[in-house]
Design a protein around this ligand. Structure first.
Ligand code: SF4
Ligand code: SF4
Length: 503
């Protein structure tokens, strides 16, 4: 069994290495047809002229190709700005679509081969590593041996390496997708099969990898927490919602010429739900588009508070949400790294509620602009700048780069705890009007501290257990791991009349 695990680890590392190295291979050729297909009609003439020296040249790597293309655009923009004609500058970001359309090398020609050598091999290796791993065998129960000694799980060199890769991935994905063009080529055949789109976008790549990671690490969860039915069902649930609602259904909707929408992602987590282009796309899509619009509003206004009243925020954060799904699967080895200090709690509350207020104000401004046609409010607030500020700082930096990139350093729920506006909304309902609580049979507690150590939201669960108080903290996502790791059965996730909570 141990040897199968070792083979699995070897395959995983080989697949991962190929995945990284694939970015360095390939060829790129900029022809007139490529340029014509990838840029808007109004920019074609000028880009054809400016990129003339690049055309019909063979580039052997993406870096020199992107560098020359950027230079062509920047030099043109500098010239028109110097002449005081800034309105003629090209502000569209063409690097990614042009690089993708100009790819002609081995990855573009043999995407399946490279797909199986990289993503396929890494997936198979990860499964082989986990399924027969003796670490997860033996009697049910959770062993966290060497958790605080291993370099992968205790902010050691492996943790930093993984964190650096994740941060780099998110930075490229959001800010410079042209540099991951070859990765999008790997999944283009899958994109074509699902949505008819022969050239996968960086978002398709992201959705695909996100789903694969949740499925593979979900298998690990099923093995690790096999003694807990709650954990088994919860894991199956996040695997199902990610695969169907977040990944497959939106792609099929695109195939049917319907707006792309994750029907389980509600405002304010889905912060652009009320943006003009989203509203227009749904309204123009006819009956089904209107259904999506109404469903999204009902979700935020009715489903979220009602289900949270009955079940606590766990129904969403630990069973349905994609961010929660990733945190509970990929992030499980890092849950003990969350900051448990009082200082962190004092920081958490104003920050997460501040993001909620920011989302509400930003959306109010966006809707004001939508209905009045005016972008400026009170003479100084420009709704377009406010929404791009929110998109960059909250949507990109906080939820992506920091929220996931720092899993191995700051724990797996940094975004959910400090930044998610929907979690703040759910938390308010949970704290003040919910039947959910974690009951504590304190007489049985041996103060081992397993529960506090494993709480991903930084809650000092033992403190409540020792006082025999129910836990009704707004941040608790109801993951149930505190209960699963308690050797004495002290903690129970329960529902009951709101006024019977012991707080
Ligand atoms: S208190 Fe328990 S159920 Fe709540 S977030 Fe922490 S570990 Fe999960
Ligand atoms: S894990 Fe159980 S026994 Fe240990 S401190 Fe927490 S409540 Fe007490």
């Amino acid at each position: 069994m141990k040897s199968i695990s070792t083979i699995g680890l070897g395959l995983f590392l080989t697949g991962f290495a190929v995945f990284v190295l694939v970015l360095t291979v390939g060829q790129f050729r900029l022809t007139e047809e490529v340029l014509t297909a990838a840029v808007k009609p109004e920019h074609r003439a000028v880009l054809l002229e400016r990129t003339a020296p690049m055309r019909n040249q063979n580039y052997n790597n993406q870096w020199s190709f992107i560098r020359d293309f950027k230079q062509a655009v920047y030099s043109y923009n500098d010239e028109v700005r110097a002449k005081g004609q800034a309105d003629k500058a090209i502000n569209d970001s063409y690097e990614f679509p042009v690089t993708r359309a100009a790819s002609v090398g081995t990855v573009a020609e043999n995407p399946w081969l490279w797909f199986w050598l990289s993503i396929g091999l890494a997936t198979l290796g990860a499964l082989l590593y986990m399924v027969p791993n003796p670490k997860y065998k033996g009697p049910g129960g959770i062993r966290s041996n060497f958790l605080y000694q291993h370099p992968a799980t205790n902010r050691g060199w492996i943790g930093w390496l993984v964190g650096t890769f994740l941060i780099g991935f998110y930075v490229l994905l959001y800010m410079a997708p042209a540099y991951i063009t070859n990765w999008t080529l790997l999944v283009s055949p899958i994109s074509r099969a699902l949505s008819g789109n022969a050239q996968a976008s960086q978002w398709f790549l992201y959705g695909f990898l996100y789903t694969v990671v949740i499925l593979v690490m979900g298998v690990r969860m099923l093995i690790r927490y096999r003694h807990s039915r709650y954990q088994q069902w919860r894991t199956v649930s996040v695997m199902f919602f990610q695969t169907s609602f977040a990944f497959l259904i939106p792609e099929v909707l695109a195939l049917l010429n319907q707006p792309y929408q994750d029907l389980k992602s509600f405002w304010p987590l889905d912060y652009d739900f009320f943006f003009d282009y989203e509203l227009n796309a749904k309204i123009q899509a006819g009956t089904f588009g209107i259904f999506m619009l109404v469903w999204g509003i009902i979700g935020t206004v009715v489903l979220v508070p009602v289900l949270t009243y009955f079940f606590g925020k766990r129904w969403y954060c630990s069973w349905v949400c994609g961010c929660g799904g990733l945190a509970e699967t990929l992030g499980d080895p890092y849950r003990h790294l969350s900051d448990k200090s009082l200082k962190a709690w004092k920081f958490e509350r104003p920050v997460v509620h501040g993001v909620l207020v920011f989302a509400v104000v930003m959306t109010a401004l966006v809707l004001y602009t939508y209905f009045t046609g005016q972008s400026t409010v009170l003479g100084f607030l420009d709704s377009y700048s406010v929404r791009s500020t929110y998109g960059f700082y909250i949507g990109t930096l906080f939820s992506g780069v920091i929220g996931t990139g720092f899993y191995p350093i700051m724990g797996n729920r940094v975004w959910c705890r400090f930044g998610c506006p929907l979690a703040a909304y759910l938390g308010l309902v949970q704290r003040f009007k919910s039947r959910f609580r974690i009951t504590t049979n304190g007489g049985q507690c041996i103060s081992c501290g397993n529960c506090s150590a494993q709480c991903e939201m930084g809650i000092d669960v033992r403190w409540y257990a020792q006082r025999q108080q129910d836990i009704v903290r707004s941040s608790c996502v109801g993951c149930g791991i505190c209960s699963a790791v308690c050797p004495r059965g002290v903690l129970n996730l329960e529902t009951g009349r709101v006024d019977t909570r012991v707080i």
